[in-house]
Design a protein around this ligand. Structure first.
Ligand code: ADP
Ligand code: MG
Length: 323
């Protein structure tokens, strides 16, 4: 069943990495255990995301490409209880207007799968086919019909790096899912998907960084904070290795990274940036994620309460971990 939700719209797709992000998030929302991402030419000519998730039923496939059509929320009230990564129903609609999309999908309940070809937001071909359970989305020739926006894309290496960053963020945030990333026919990343954060970090950031991390795990005032943070040896010259996830969603938060940075400064003299991969779980009603269409920014309804808890937990972990 589909709900059309009128939610403040915005341009979701800026570059190939935005497509990759939206497709992977859909795969995560579909309860996948295994996600393969393949790109060519910085994603400009070819992006493929394959998952082993729920698939899309043949009766729902048309809706999946409609704007504001989402299976993830049913009413505006649901917006206060969001656990899924998507909820706007904008991504596939937007992607299929700026690129040539092929979708292959099958649910467990169907014997046969379905293939659709979508261009300019319209389904132009639909076929019954045999395929595995799950979904494959292929997006070709991004901005082929918008030459001005195509011209604004960076060279292939830079676009590939943007995509690599997205894959890193989403794979580190989901240690229970195995990610495979193939860039220009070269396997670039593979995570085990065994649920263990350390082995996931090992695959994504490497052994050296993992060795310099200490564990955080604590709950206070119904806010749970866990993950791994720098000991006093592993620092970076910028914030590139700071990953924060709220209820499973990667977020960019100068507010939170500032608080964490302060915790370090109050204990040891540093002028660099600590590494951290930190998960915060709290009642979604205390968060407003509907701030920006790409959803990387959030607002806490009570910043002071969040600050006190995060500060307390990080300080305690540092005090015992730095001994
Ligand atoms: P949203 O994620 O905000 O719901 P999207 O445009 O990204 O909107 O996707 C539209 C719908 O298509 C989703 O609500 C979901 O029902 C379906 N869908 C998209 N990708 C997948 C996938 N990989 N597996 C299963 N269902 C999917
Ligand atoms: Mg989505």
């Amino acid at each position: 069943e589909k709900t059309k939700a009128q939610i403040a719209a915005g341009e979701v797709i800026e570059r190939p990495a935005s497509v990759v992000k939206e497709l992977i998030e859909n795969s995560i929302d579909a309860e996948s255990k295994f996600i393969v991402i393949e790109i060519k030419n910085g994603g400009k000519s070819y992006i493929r995301v394959t998952d082993d998730g729920t698939g899309i039923d043949k009766d729902d496939i048309d809706y999946a490409f409609f704007r504001y059509s989402t299976s993830k929320i049913r009413s505006v009230e649901d917006l206060n209880h969001i656990y899924s990564l998507g909820f706007r129903g904008e991504a596939l609609a937007s992607i299929s207007t700026i690129g040539k999309v092929e979708a292959l999908t099958k649910t467990r309940d169907n014997n046969m799968g379905i293939q659709v070809l979508v261009e300019n937001g319209k389904i132009k071909e639909k076929n019954i086919i045999g395929c595995q359970d799950g979904t494959t989305m292929i997006v070709k020739d991004i901005f082929y019909n918008l030459p001005v926006r195509q011209k604004f894309l960076k060279d292939e290496n830079v676009e590939s790096n943007y995509i690599g960053n997205i894959v890193n963020k989403l794979s580190l945030g989901n240690p229970n899912i195995s990610f495979k990333y193939i860039r220009d026919n070269k396997m670039t990343l593979k995570t085990p998907g065994n649920g263990d954060l350390s082995s996931c970090i090992y695959s994504v950031l490497g052994k050296e960084i993992l060795k310099g991390l200490i564990e955080v795990k604590s709950t206070y005032d119904s806010i749970k904070v866990y993950g791994l943070i720098s000991n006093n040896n592993v620092y970076r010259g910028n914030r590139s290795h700071q990953y924060i996830y709220i209820n499973g969603r990667y977020i960019k938060s100068y507010f939170l990274s500032g608080i964490i940075q302060e915790c370090y400064r109050s204990l040891i003299p540093i002028n660099k940036y600590p590494v951290f991969i930190l998960f915060i779980e709290m009642d979604p009603q205390l968060i407003d994620i509907n701030v920006h269409p790409t959803k990387q920014e959030i607002k806490f309804k009570n910043e002071k309460a969040v600050k006190d808890v995060v500060q307390g937990i990080i300080r305690d972990s540092l005090k015992s971990g730095l001994k």
